[in-house]
Design a protein around this ligand. Structure first.
Ligand code: SAM
Length: 344
């Protein structure tokens, strides 16, 4: 593999503060819009993906991330699509790991469907990745295949085992879906906590056209929490991982359960993040369409000054929050892009 042509970065260490006084120190990067699964709430089965020529190269992604780190990003999460299906992704991760070694970055992590983890877990750990989020919505192999359309649960399970063996801390992310997994969440939680893994449940968000009606899938987590409280003692705790989840400790399992509630209780007041797509588009809010094209600034010159000012200009436009709606009257998704564009 050829060495990176990344430019040295000479920008002063600074911080990015948006118009509402929020410090932006968390960056999520969708390294590809492609995925080897087709989760029914996330994508249509016949998705059209971006032509490969539109994607930023791995070197460009590295340069972009490095500028954000210079500007105060302390946590970096790679996502997708499925980040581990991007060709030569380990090259990018190895390059980025220099920021962990230098102490500029506190955390380099990934959100994955787990399908490729068996292959990559050891190398990820070697690159300084300590935690990884794995998305699983059911522990039933047939239901798993149905919800992911193309996924195989046993492969994901082997991936989780490989991650654990490599010393990665795995957190399970589960989208709560009415009529699909609401009855199964207690069992999934016991399973996750029994293996020493945290688990986070997520409300489904109205992003992108899919083949189904989202009103049928939407399960408010306030209802899920109330139902869990029949059988479990949920104690609110101040635990934070830098993300939007609010955690409880479950007395009966001794484990942590997080709730991500973009619909019933938005967490925008504490938003510390921005997102970049694999084409270099910067989204300042997951739930809004306003965006800035960083690819042009990136390619316009070899130095990083233009890019840095384009980022500052965009952070200056970060909106206060999102306004997602899921109801029977609202036929169109609140945001037209799919979650796979920005990776959640
Ligand atoms: N492929 C990786 C994975 O499976 O985690 C990363 C990308 S995936 C888009 C990130 C997360 O977003 C997954 O946990 C997925 O279940 C979730 N997700 C996708 N579409 C969603 C939606 N409309 N509402 C809520 N969560 C969604």
């Amino acid at each position: 593999m050829q060495a990176s042509k990344t430019q040295p970065i000479n920008l002063p260490q600074s911080s990015m503060i948006d118009p509402f006084g929020r410090t932006i120190d968390y960056l999520r990067v969708s390294v590809t819009d492609r995925c080897d699964f087709r989760c029914v709430y996330c994508m249509a089965e016949d998705m059209t993906f971006l032509p490969k020529r539109d994607l930023l190269s791995l070197e460009e992604l590295d340069r972009l991330c490095s500028v954000f780190i210079e500007k105060g990003v302390r946590r970096l999460r790679l996502t997708g699509g499925e980040p581990l299906v991007r060709k030569n992704i380990m090259h990018l991760i190895r390059q980025l790991s220099r920021h962990i070694r230098s102490g500029a970055l506190e955390e380099l992590t990934l959100t994955s469907n787990g399908s490729q983890l068996e292959r990559f877990a050891g190398e990820l750990a070697d690159c300084g990745v300590r935690r990884i989020n794995v998305s699983i919505d059911t522990l039933d192999p047939e239901k798993f295949q149905a919800i992911t359309r193309w996924g195989k649960l046993d492969k994901v399970m082997r991936g989780i085992e490989a991650a654990e063996a490599a010393g990665l801390h795995v957190k399970i992310n589960t989208v709560a879906l009415k009529g699909f997994n609401e009855q199964e969440i207690p069992e999934m939680m016991r399973w996750a906590h029994g293996r020493g893994m945290d688990m986070t449940v997520i409300e489904t968000m109205p992003m992108g056209e899919i083949d189904a009606d989202r009103t049928d899938q939407y399960l408010p987590l306030s209802l899920l929490r109330a139902s869990l409280e029949h059988d479990f003692t949920l104690n609110d705790i101040p635990f934070k991982t830098g993300g939007p989840a609010r955690y409880v400790e479950v007395a009966e399992t001794g484990g942590r359960l997080g709730f991500i509630t973009p619909m019933t209780h938005n967490f925008c007041e504490s938003c510390n993040r921005v997102r970049i797509t694999c084409t270099g588009t910067l989204y300042m809010c997951l739930g809004q369409d306003d965006a800035a094209d960083l690819r042009e600034a990136l390619r316009a010159s070899e130095g990083n000054e233009l890019l840095s000012s384009a980022i500052d200009e965009a952070i200056g436009r970060k909106p206060k929050g999102h306004d997602f709606v899921i109801d029977r009257r609202t036929k169109r998704p609140s945001v037209s892009r799919h979650m796979s564009v920005t990776g959640g």
